[in-house]
Design a protein. Structure first.
Ligand SMILES: *Cc1c(COP(=O)(O)O)cnc(C)c1O
Length: 360
C-alpha cells in the first residue's frame, strides 16, 4: 500500500483511556484536547492553533472565519478537499498553474489572475513541497488578499528557520490516519489573529458564543478526546517516524535518482522536511508511461497512487465549470505523476523491489 498508519503501542494508547472512563468527558474541549493544542502550538512554533475533527472541516471553517466573498486563487493540483472547501463556502475558485520543479502554485500565474473580485489565495504545500511563501506574501500585501495555506501535507516542516504554519494568515494541517502525524481523523488551523481564533472556536461548535448567544452559522467539527489521546501518543514518536521515512526516501533516491526520464523533487537547503510523500514524475523520455508503471506495480500487489490525478478542475462534479487546459503544467504533471509507497515500517527490501519493477 502507498501508506500505512503509524500506531503507538496498544498499551500506551489504552493507558490514556482510564481518565476518560473516570471523568465521562469525551468531547467538547476536554483535557487531552487542550493538552494537544498546547503541545502542537509549541511543536509548530505558532501563535494560535485550533483543533478540528478533520482537516477538511478545518479548511472550510477557516475560510468562513475570514468572512470573505468573491474569488479565491488556488491550484487544481491537489486533493478534492481544497477546491471543495472553497466552493462549499460560496466562493469562486480561480485556478493558477503550478511550477514544474516542485508542483506548488506558480506565483507568476497568481498575479495574472488577480482581479478586483479577488479576496484570497489558497496555495497548497503539495507533498510537503513548500510554496514560494515570500513571493505569495508580496502579492497578498500588494493586493490586500488573505493567504490561507492548505498545509495538509506539511506538518512539522520548517522553512528558513520558521515553522511552516507561521506563514500566511492561516494554515490548515490534516491529521488523517494516512498523514505523517495523525489523530485517526483530525486537523488544525494555525492563525495569527486572535479574533480568528475566537471565531474558529465558535464555528466548530455550532456558532455558539455563550449559552444564550449563537453568533455564527457554525458547524460541528470539534476534535474528541479519543482523537486527541492518539495525537498525544503519536507526537511522542514523531521524530523517530520522520527519521525512518527519511531513510526510505534516501533509498528511493539511490535507486531512481540518476534515471533518465524520471524526475524527483529535491528538498531545498533551507527546508527541514517531514518526508510525507515520494512523488515520481515519469517524463516522456522514460521507457514506460506512468500508467504502465502503475499497472506493473499493481500486478505485483504494490499499490502506488496517481496522486493527484485527475485535477480537481476535471472532476465530474465541476463538469464544464472550469477549463483544465488553462493550467497546462498542472495537466502535464497530473498525467505523469505517481506517489510510491512510503511509511515508517516500509522495508528497504521492498523499496528495492519497487524500484526494480519500475526500472525493469
Ligand atoms: C488530507 C488532505 C486534506 C483533508 O484532510 P482530512 O483530514 O482528510 O479531512 C486537505 N488537503 C489535502 C491536500 C490533503 O491531502
Amino acid at each position: 500500500m502507498v501508506t500505512k498508519s503509524s500506531m503507538p503501542e496498544f498499551e500506551e494508547y489504552t493507558a490514556m483511556l482510564r481518565p476518560l472512563w473516570e471523568s465521562h468527558w469525551l468531547t467538547n474541549m476536554g483535557i487531552y484536547h487542550n493538552e494537544l493544542e498546547i503541545k502542537l502550538k509549541k511543536y509548530l512554533t505558532v501563535q494560535g492553533l485550533s483543533l478540528f475533527t478533520n482537516g477538511h472541516m478545518a479548511l472550510e471553517l477557516v475560510l468562513q472565519a475570514f468572512n470573505i466573498d468573491g474569488e479565491v486563487i488556488t491550484t487544481p493540483f491537489t486533493f478534492a478537499s481544497t477546491t471543495h472547501a472553497i466552493v462549499r463556502n460560496g466562493l469562486k475558485p480561480v485556478f493558477a498553474d503550478i511550477r514544474k520543479d516542485n508542483f506548488t502554485i506558480d506565483t507568476n500565474s497568481i498575479e495574472k489572475l488577480v482581479s478586483p473580485k479577488t479576496v484570497a489565495i489558497v496555495p497548497v504545500h503539495v507533498y510537503g513541497n513548500i510554496c514560494d511563501v515570500d513571493k505569495i506574501k508580496q502579492i497578498a500585501d500588494k493586493y490586500e488578499l488573505k493567504v490561507i495555506y492548505d498545509a495538509a501535507h506539511a506538518f512539522g516542516i520548517r522553512y528558513n528557520g520558521k515553522g511552516i504554519g507561521e506563514y500566511g494568515d492561516a494554515s490548515m494541517f490534516s491529521f488523517h490516519a494516512t498523514k505523517v502525524f495523525h489523530t485517526i481523523e483530525g486537523g488544525a488551523v494555525c492563525y495569527k489573529n486572535a479574533e480568528i481564533g475566537e471565531k474558529l472556536y465558535e464555528l466548530k461548535n455550532f456558532g455558539i458564543q455563550s449559552e444564550e448567544v449563537i453568533s455564527g452559522v457554525g458547524a460541528n467539527a470539534k476534535m474528541n478526546e479519543f482523537q486527541a489521546a492518539m495525537g498525544l501518543c503519536n507526537l511522542k514518536h514523531l521524530e523517530t517516524e520522520i527519521h525512518k521515512r527519511k531513510y526510505i526516501v534516501e533509498k528511493y533516491w539511490e535507486y531512481l535518482g540518476d534515471t533518465k526520464g524520471i524526475y524527483l523533487c529535491h528538498i531545498p537547503e533551507n527546508t527541514i522536511s517531514n518526508y510525507a510523500y515520494f512523488p515520481v514524475l515519469f517524463e516522456d523520455t522514460f521507457k514506460k508511461s506512468r500508467d504502465q508503471v502503475y499497472e506493473e506495480l499493481k500486478q505485483n500487489n504494490i499499490y502506488a497512487r496517481k496522486y493527484f490525478y485527475p485535477l480537481t478542475t476535471d472532476y465530474n462534479c465541476y463538469h464544464n465549470q472550469y477549463d483544465s487546459t488553462k493550467t497546462p503544467i498542472a495537466k502535464y504533471i497530473a498525467q505523469r505523476i505517481l506517489t510510491l509507497p512510503l511509511y515508517a515500517d516500509l522495508k528497504l527490501e521492498q523499496v528495492k523491489q519497487i524500484c526494480e519493477i519500475i526500472l525493469h
